[in-house]
Ligand binder design. Structure first.
Ligand SMILES: Nc1ncnc2c1ncn2[C@@H]1O[C@H](COP(=O)(O)OP(=O)(O)OP(=O)(O)O)[C@@H](O)[C@H]1O
Length: 238
């Protein structure tokens, strides 16, 4: 059954067509990867689904409810929660204070303790968020999103800037929450991480869906190699 249905979503910024009529079905209970070259429209699609950008055409259905996208607060109350490429936390407050604020908006404040443990935040509870090492700050960002008890978690490049062992910890954390029932939409340029994590993958190119399939199917498709995977390999070899 589909949890999120994106119907013909178009987003224009002046003359720039960021999304040119995207239609996608994200089944409940999957980790759904979204890849594509820079400027393909991945973040814009997350922005539309999470209510940050109003599309110029199209709609979304979430569960049984049509009529989306909804403004951010309404999206969050329906269980659509996102993270950002740059972690959004109160950088002048401690981790504990950030989590207390999250607990106020959480439908299940008791989950915070589990999040502290799962996200490895116990040793840094009294540190100011702005002083945290980069990887720990990213974990705080994910903990703050998970505190809102999403049904659908939108992760925008969560692995960017992380060392290999930190990417593994991130993967374990996402898998643990996914096993608890959360559907995940993962945007990521770390292709190995994305392919290992995802049940299905969609490829966006210039605002349009180029291909949807399993990671194995995706890696075999010549058009996907041409527009994205081949270039990533060439960049890695440089
Ligand atoms: N607020 C905005 N105003 C003007 N143009 C925008 C805006 N947001 C996105 N765009 C443009 O829309 C297109 C899609 O951008 P988007 O950030 O969604 O791509 P992306 O696939 O996430 O890229 P990246 O992998 O580099 O993050 C780009 O041409 C971008 O410059």
């Amino acid at each position: 059954m589909s949890l999120l249905r994106i119907n013909g979503v178009e987003a224009r910024f002046g003359g720039v067509v960021a999304l040119a009529g995207v239609t996608l079905d994200i089944p409940e209970g999957v980790i759904f990867g979204l890849i594509g070259p820079n400027g393909a429209g991945k973040t814009t699609l997350i922005n539309v689904v999470s209510g940050l950008v109003k599309p110029t055409a199209g709609s979304i259905t979430f569960g049984a409810e049509a009529g989306g996208p909804w403004p951010i607060a309404s999206a969050v109350s329906r269980g659509i929660v996102r993270t950002f490429q740059q972690t959004r936390a109160f950088l002048g407050l401690t981790v504990r204070e950030n989590l207390r604020i999250a607990a106020v908006s959480s439908p299940d404040p008791a989950c915070i303790e589990e999040l502290v443990d799962a996200c490895g935040l116990a040793p840094v509870l009294d540190r100011v968020a702005g002083d945290l090492p980069y990887a720990t700050l990213r974990h705080l960002g994910i903990a703050l999103a998970l505190a809102l008890k999403p049904r659908l978690l939108l992760l925008d490049e969560p692995a960017v800037g992380l060392a290999e062992e930190e990417v593994e910890r991130l993967g374990a954390l996402v898998r643990r929450w996914h096993a608890g029932g959360i559907t995940v939409l993962l945007v990521e340029h770390n292709v190995r991480f994305l392919m290992e994590m995802s049940d299905r993958v969609a490829v966006l190119d210039r605002g349009a869906v180029l291909f949807v399939g399993t990671p194995a199917e995706c890696q075999d498709r010549q058009e996907v190699i041409d527009v994205y995977l081949g270039r990533r390999q060439a960049d890695a070899a440089d």
